[in-house]
Design a protein around this ligand. Structure first.
Ligand SMILES: Cc1c2[nH]c(c1CCC(=O)O)Cc1[nH]c(c(CCC(=O)O)c1C)Cc1[nH]c(c(CCC(=O)O)c1C)Cc1[nH]c(c(C)c1CCC(=O)O)C2
Length: 362
């Protein structure tokens, strides 16, 4: 393991951290309230984000550190969040490798030339590209944002996982079935393996550089099947979160791999959560409120939040949605979600400690 954690980051003289709740939750330490952040917390449900997007394209926002920093901090001005996540997208990686990706309004990302056959890898991907060079704008944005945060809370870096990225590179856009990408796996076994291997190395360099630039946690997005790709690699010591959407069949694998935190999507049932809690008491779980719960009345929302905290418990837990927030989310309810998680969990933790103090005085 590299010794990067404290020392190299300190050389950048980042301001001291005032709120390390989420880092403590990742380590299963004592916390005074449950930490919360929201997937896609910077995004289209915020008018101030839409205002920036009316002047800059999506990838221009990602590539301009000052604008990226501004957008990253927007949700923190409104809500009492316990982490910031650097504004970017998982598809900056295929871009860095030489593929053209455009963000089309109301449709999502589109690749100009997706991979159709293995021969396309040679023409579309430049294997000499280095994550440290091609994605420097991300590291600059991370360093600037960490300074601007002024220690308010930790900054999360992220990447798409290899199979998710490979799937996008082949499908050329989001896909329900991933049939084209899965067909590759069966038809071009060696080429698929080789591409995944290459992406794995590139992504690990990318994550390491993000930590060097100031990222204090990392989240890996794997929208499909997952295998533990990081265990033997040199990721500097920051907590690693895996969020694997639709991975209900792989939860055991995720919990027994080398991740510190397993993010659960909103379809994971209470029964499954209870089982995971019993089997893996030292794994921190993250999630998993249905993003649609934000459409509910605050009364109903509070009930759902209470239930969620009851099932997850307050220890080894990071509250979040079970998927990225939707563009039509109700902003008042987002604030209510964040504040209610804090309020309810604070009360529970207080009540848990009072009887112990009384007992110890006896
Ligand atoms: C698959 C995937 C992508 N991007 C991402 C994933 C993995 C998570 C998941 O499964 O949703 C991850 C992502 N995308 C974005 C972030 C920023 C950080 C954050 O606030 O969480 C993160 C972490 C910004 C974004 N990425 C995108 C937007 C909206 C684009 C816009 O501003 O026009 C944002 C804020 C666009 C995007 N980017 C992607 C899609 C499919 C889309 C279109 C769908 C949509 O519109 O929500 C690829």
């Amino acid at each position: 393991m590299s010794n990067l954690t404290g020392d190299e980051q300190l050389q950048k003289e980042f301001p001291p951290l005032k709120n390390n709740l989420i880092l403590r939750a990742c380590r299963g330490e004592k916390i005074e309230r449950v930490p919360i952040w929201i997937m896609r917390q910077a995004g289209r449900y915020l008018p101030e984000y839409l205002s920036i997007r009316s002047q800059h394209s999506f990838f221009d926002v990602c590539r301009t550190p000052s604008i990226c920093c501004e957008v990253t901090l927007q949700p923190l001005r409104r809500f009492d969040l316990d982490a910031a996540i650097i504004f970017s997208d998982i598809l900056v990686v295929p871009q860095a490798l030489g593929m053209q990706v455009d963000m089309i309004a109301k449709e999502g990302p589109r690749f100009a030339h997706p991979l159709n056959v293995p021969a396309d890898i040679k023409t579309s991907i430049d294997r000499n590209k280095k994550a440290s060079i091609e994605l420097k704008y991300v590291y600059d944005a991370i360093t600037l944002t960490r300074h601007t945060l002024d220690g308010r809370c930790p900054l999360i870096g992220f990447s798409g996982a290899p199979w998710t990225l490979m799937s996008y590179m082949i499908e050329g856009k989001g896909s329900e079935t991933h049939a084209k990408a899965k067909k590759w796996l069966y038809t071009y076994v060696e080429d698929s393996h080789d591409l995944l291997q290459f992406l794995t190395h590139f992504i690990i360099d990318y994550l390491v550089e993000q930590v060097c630039a100031g990222a204090q946690l990392l989240q890996l997005f794997e929208s499909h099947c997952v295998r533990d790709l990081l265990s033997r690699r040199q990721i500097p010591h920051v907590p690693l979160i895996i969020f694997a959407k639709d991975a209900h069949y792989a939860l055991d694998e995720l919990c027994s791999s080398s991740f510190d935190v397993v993010g659960l999507d909103w379809t994971i049932t209470r029964k499954q959560i209870r089982t995971l809690r019993e089997k893996y008491p030292n794994i921190t779980l993250q999630g998993n409120l249905d993003p649609c719960a934000l459409y509910a009345s605050q009364n109903d929302l509070e009930k759902m939040i209470k239930q969620m905290i009851e099932i997850f418990g307050t220890k080894n837990y990071i509250a979040n949605l079970g998927h990225g927030i939707y563009p039509d989310a109700n902003i008042d309810n987002v604030k209510y979600f964040v504040d209610t998680i804090h309020r309810i969990s604070k009360d529970i933790i207080k009540n848990e400690t009072i009887p112990k103090i009384i007992n110890s005085n006896k």
